[in-house]
Every structure is written in structure tokens, then in C-alpha cells.
Design a protein around this ligand. Structure first.
Ligand SMILES: *Cc1c(COP(=O)(O)O)cnc(C)c1O
Length: 363
């Protein structure tokens, strides 16, 4: 029995997207960002098919430990580093790279008694104002790390771009200048670029790049799709029609009666809703593929169902295939119709959605 709602993952597309990263940043090592369950695609599955990257990056210690316990031997950077002694111990035990972004971490490192060593990335806050040391504090943090016995030398040096997805924004050049100035006299490999940095800012391509969203075939830029960069979507979300009905002019459909039918039409009920991760805020008109053809979403998205106008497809019947995104229907487009970004849609796929791998993984 095929599940009503499922996501198909095209693992060859994942490989293909990695080649685009390498082609765009031919001299850089690749740290594949697979945080948040690999942007909803499945942490271990994605790590498995990206075996030949130079390192993985995740946000949290537990994500990294899961990778180690599953047998991955690559370098794994924990982007949020550690915030207590127990987390630092876990990083040491599992040979994980820590991002060092605040003075409390230096204190924890200096208090280490063990003679084990940890690889670290010193993070500069060059303007994002999230994690990292401000420029004026970088040199001192660098020196403290260099003096710390538990820290492996040389250090890695990194920063994160706040507005790289806007090619006209002045913040990125300012951040790049800040990073280059502050780091000029410090030894260590450099890492700056996320996907938007890789695709949009050649001067952000340093020793290491950190692609996330582009690996999954999706554009980091709000007004472009992955296809424009020769990326291929990895995830497609599928369901099927479970009812086909007719409605009279003047009637309404769904919760709140928000959608009122102007002329009699045929419509369909699809087995997908926000309980699967389809966005509650998708507006009437959001495209949905029924039998490979676009039809508009009508009415509100429920937890388990949506309704679509089948006026243009009077022969559609229960059981017919429906695609919510992926393939000919970029998730970037669905994000626009829902006033969100594709990242949230991919990460938001819920446990109920069954994942089907293509090609199937070896048992
Ligand atoms: C999430 C993240 C990335 C990847 O960003 P994308 O926009 O998905 O490419 C890179 N670096 C850091 C520090 C991140 O948090």
C-alpha cells in the first residue's frame, strides 16, 4: 500500500548539486551543511550520499554525535559550538570540531584537564550580530586559543554572511572587508561562504565553503530558482486526490468559509495539509500539480487536506497523483505564495510523511 502522502528524495540530484558547488568553488574544500535533519531530507541518508565531501557541518552537538555513532569518520563541525562542560566533553570524545564564538567557551577550554585536543573554528561576528567575537576581540581570542593546550593548531577562521542573498546589498562587501582585515595577520584556513556566498560573491570563496540549501537543489536567492544555477531539486512532495466534487456558485469551501465560489466548478480534495508540512499560509492560487498539470489551491489549508480547483481538469478522479513541490513545481515558488522561504518548507516536513528514496539505497 502506497502512503497517501510521501516525499521522494532524488539522491542523484544531491550528487549533482555537489558537483555544482565544486565547479563554482573549484579551489575550496566543502563543508556540507546538514543541520536540521539535513534540511528535512534525513541526516544519515544525506550524509551517506555525500561521503566524499571534506567535512560535514551541523548546528548542535547531538546532531554531530548521531553522525559519529552511525560510523561517519569525516570532520564534523558543530556550528553552535558548546555551551557547557558536558557538551565540550562530547566534542572531545567524538572528535568533533567546535566553533568558538564567545568568551565563556574560552574559559571552559582553559579549564580542561585532559590531554586530548580539539579542532576549533574561531568565529568572527563581522556584522550578522548573531554568534562570534567582534573584530576588536578577535586577536585576543585567537591568542588565548593558541595558548590553550587542548586546542589543535592551526585554528580555523570563519564568519557568516547576513545578507548574501541580496546581491545589491552593501553589507556583504563590508563584512568581507572586516573579515579580511581582522584575519590578515592570523594563520589558519578561512571559511566564509554559505550557498548565497558561493553563488553570488566570488570574493567570499576562501579555503572552505559551507553550502546548505544549494545542495538540496534550491536557490538561496528569493527571486531565482535553483534551476537557474543548474541545481536539481532533491525533494519532491507527493499526494493524491481523495475526492472529486462539484460546487455551486455562492457556496464556500473549508474552514472559515474564506473561499467563495464565483461560478459552479469541479474541485478536488488532496490528502496533504499542514500536518504534513504543507504551509498553512499558502494562498488561494498557489499552484498544485494534478496529473502533471497546474491547478490552483482554493480555500484554507487544513491539517490533513487541501482543496484545488479542477475546473480545468474535469476528468480528474480520486487516486490521481498530486505533486505539491519538486520537479516541475519549484519549492521556491510555493514559498513565495506562502510568504516564507523554501528553507522552512523543506525543514518543516513532518514525521507523518514517508520518505521514498530514489534510487533506492542498498539494503
Ligand atoms: C546554515 C548555515 C550555513 C548554510 O547556509 P545555506 O544558506 O543553507 O547555504 C552556512 N554557515 C552557517 C554558519 C550556517 O548556520
Amino acid at each position: 500500500m502506497k502512503p497517501a502522502t510521501y516525499a521522494v528524495l532524488d539522491l542523484q540530484a544531491l550528487q549533482h548539486n555537489l558537483t555544482i558547488v565544486r565547479r563554482t568553488a573549484p579551489n575550496a574544500k566543502v563543508m556540507a551543511v546538514i543541520k536540521a535533519n539535513a534540511y528535512g531530507h534525513g541526516l544519515l541518508r544525506v550524509a551517506e550520499s555525500l561521503q566524499d565531501v571534506d567535512a560535514f557541518a551541523v548546528a548542535r552537538v547531538d546532531e554531530a554525535v548521531r553522525l559519529r555513532l552511525a560510523g561517519f569518520t569525516q570532520r564534523i563541525a558543530v556550528l553552535e559550538g558548546f555551551s557547557c562542560h558536558a557538551e565540550l566533553q562530547a566534542l572531545l570524545q567524538y572528535t568533533l570540531d567546535a566553533v568558538i564564538h564567545c568568551p565563556e567557551q574560552l574559559t571552559l577550554l582553559n579549564a580542561l584537564a585532559s590531554d586530548s585536543v580539539i579542532s576549533v573554528w574561531l568565529k568572527q561576528d563581522s556584522g550578522m550580530n548573531r554568534l562570534g567575537f567582534k573584530s576588536s576581540k578577535i586577536t585576543s581570542a585567537y591568542q588565548q586559543l593558541m595558548q590553550c593546550k587542548a586546542v589543535k593548531k592551526p585554528l580555523g577562521l570563519m564568519t557568516h554572511l547576513a545578507n548574501a542573498d541580496d546581491l545589491n546589498d552593501v553589507t556583504t562587501p563590508i563584512q568581507l572587508t572586516q573579515f579580511n582585515q581582522v584575519m590578515a595577520s592570523l594563520a589558519g584556513e578561512r571559511s566564509i561562504a554559505n550557498s548565497a556566498g558561493i553563488l553570488g560573491w566570488p570574493s567570499a570563496l576562501t579555503d572552505w565553503v559551507r553550502p546548505g540549501i544549494m545542495l538540496y537543489g534550491v536557490s538561496p536567492f528569493p527571486d531565482q530558482t535553483g534551476e537557474q544555477f543548474d541545481l536539481k531539486p532533491v525533494m519532491s512532495l507527493h499526494s493524491r486526490l481523495i475526492a472529486v466534487k462539484d460546487i455551486e456558485a455562492g457556496e464556500t469551501i473549508g474552514y472559515g468559509g474564506r473561499w467563495r465560489c464565483e461560478k459552479a466548478t469541479r474541485y478536488g480534495v488532496v490528502a496533504v495539509g499542514y500536518g504534513d508540512g504543507y504551509p498553512r499560509y499558502a494562498k488561494t492560487g498557489t499552484p498544485v500539480l494534478v496529473n502533471q498539470q497546474r491547478v490552483p489551491l482554493i480555500g484554507r489549508v487544513s491539517m490533513d487536506m487541501i482543496t484545488v480547483d479542477l475546473g480545468g481538469q474535469p476528468n480528474a478522479k480520486p487516486g490521481d497523483p498530486v505533486r505539491l513541490w519538486g520537479g516541475g513545481l519549484p519549492v521556491e515558488e510555493i514559498a513565495q505564495w506562502s510568504d516564507t522561504i523554501p528553507y522552512t518548507l523543506l525543514c518543516g516536513i513532518t514525521q507523518r510523511v514517508q520518505i521514498v528514496e530514489h534510487p533506492p539505497v542498498k539494503a
